[in-house]
Design a protein around this ligand. Structure first.
Ligand SMILES: Cc1ncc(COP(=O)(O)O)c(C=O)c1O
Length: 457
């Protein structure tokens, strides 16, 4: 058992060390509080453990240097936005050249067909539209699904995350669909828009679809936003079979599961979605997202006489499909997120996983580690959860904050949400081993009474 008292004591010591060694970040944060809500440009940046965020001076490859001169092995990788590594040369060069040529024009740039072709080749769906984020890709895919099926509701899995899409912030409480705790200004009661079932619950899924009012299931092929929850064998077959049988479209969100391999989980496991959404790293860090669809969905969508796809129909964005994003997408998709890149990142993730598992076993911690291609996650239960509810129940905010801060103070940056580590094409074995050492030292202190590991100064 972890002693909560011990966790708090170590956390306080680490927080004091963090404050002492990051005066420039603290100064910038204090200044930013005068003009930025919460002192940060986006409110989720308040999530970083330590009382204030580090300000990043530069980010290159898999390394970040902060304004106080500390260098970090970065396993957060912009929480997947920089899965390509930071500022990969081919993207940086392309973007630099493109910026001098055209940034946004409202006309399709010459890169457009190459991007569509790259997405088709990778994910198997023939027709694509561009957005600026994965959130928008999901919002527009849901609109298409409602339009072509004429049905009002969507179905998501309990504790999913698909970006800031209104309909998806629904959860189950005593069998009832309610807004997820903390949902800011929900537009309507979530039960009006959304059905929710547990991941891997085939019976629940069948019952929910049988109501006949579900336009689409929007699903990550493996859940990644409540820790990793893997599908049971046969779950995807059942999901596809049931959605087809009930006239519901299947939208697979590959934004994070692109870690699985070159064509995401969809290609690796031969899924057959009607639509596929993706964002984050496909522009190498430059804002970009996309949604793809089968020809059948496209034909059904364009057959709707009243749907307006060219003006104010609710699908769009002035800067979506801009020349800079498309140039970045072409460069990232064809030059960085290659098969060779995965041949580098997946073995590194295996090494990361092995290191964590060995340390968990050595310290007798009742934790587990899971891997999805180049993404690794550890969580505070001995068994892997099968549902979002089980995964959520394993959450321990204090322990998580301690591990994050402990790692930060020793030059390792994990994603601020849960215990996720992502490998990029420039991640090194030394960085992976640094994490294993720091993780082991944290476990020593949490479970034993050993001396603190070496901190950044
Ligand atoms: C699976 C999934 N889909 C979509 C999104 C939304 O991405 P963005 O915030 O870049 O729009 C996220 C963000 O974390 C995600 O994890």
């Amino acid at each position: 058992m972890v002693s909560a008292q011990r966790v708090r004591e170590i956390f306080e010591r680490e927080k004091a060390a963090f404050e002492a060694s990051n005066p420039r970040s603290r100064e910038l944060y204090e200044r930013a509080r005068g003009s930025l809500l919460g002192g940060v440009p986006m409110s989720w940046m308040m999530k970083w453990a330590g009382g204030f965020p580090l300000f990043a001076a530069s980010a290159e490859g898999s390394t970040i240097t902060d304004v106080d001169g500390h260098v970090y092995a970065d396993f957060c990788l912009g929480d997947t936005g920089a899965m390509t590594g930071h500022a990969p040369a081919v993207v940086a060069d392309t973007v630099g050249t493109q910026a001098g040529r055209a940034i946004t024009t409202m006309l399709p740039p010459p890169d457009a067909p190459a991007v569509g072709e790259a997405l088709s080749e990778r994910f198997g769906l023939p027709l694509w539209q561009m957005t600026l984020s994965a959130t928008d890709a999901n919002r527009f895919a849901i609109r298409f699904a409602r339009e072509v099926t004429g049905r009002p509701r969507i179905l998501v899995f309990n504790w999913c995350y698909h970006g800031s899409v209104d309909e998806t912030f629904a959860t189950l409480q005593g069998g009832r669909v309610v807004a997820r705790q903390g949902n800011v200004g929900k537009p309507v009661e979530l039960g009006q828009t959304t059905r929710v079932v547990e991941f891997n619950d085939v019976e629940g899924l069948e019952a929910a679809l049988a109501e006949g009012d579900v336009a689409c299931v929007l699903a990550e092929p493996a859940m990644t936003n409540i820790g990793i929850v893997l599908p049971d064998p046969g779950f995807h077959d059942a999901l596809r079979d049931l959605t087809r049988r009930h006239g519901t479209l299947l939208i697979i969100d590959e934004t994070h599961t692109l870690s699985t391999g070159y064509g995401g989980y969809t290609r690796e496991y031969d899924l057959e979605p009607d639509m596929l959404t993706v964002g984050k790293p496909i522009g190498g860090g430059v804002p970009a997202g996309a949604f793809g669809m089968t020809r059948e969905v496209a034909e059904r969508a364009f057959a709707q006489p009243d749907a307006d796809y060219v003006d104010t129909g609710g699908v769009g964005g002035t800067l979506a499909g801009n020349a800079l994003s498309l140039a970045a997408m072409r460069a990232a998709l064809t030059g960085v997120l290659t098969r060779e890149a995965y041949a580098h990142t997946i073995p590194l993730a295996e090494r990361f996983e092995r290191g964590v598992r060995e340390m968990i076993e050595r310290h007798g911690a009742p934790w587990h580690v899971t891997r999805l291609g180049s993404r690794v996650e550890y969580a505070f239960t001995p068994e892997q959860p099968r549902t979002g509810r089980e995964a959520a129940a394993a959450h321990d905010g204090e322990l998580e904050a301690l591990l994050h801060l402990y790692a930060l103070n020793r030059g390792v940056l994990m994603t601020p949400f849960h215990n996720m580590a992502l490998m990029g094409p420039t991640t090194t074995q030394e960085q992976v081993d640094l994490h294993t050492t720091v993780f082991s030292e944290a476990l020593d202190e949490i479970y034993g009474g050993s001396e603190p590991g070496k901190m950044l100064t």
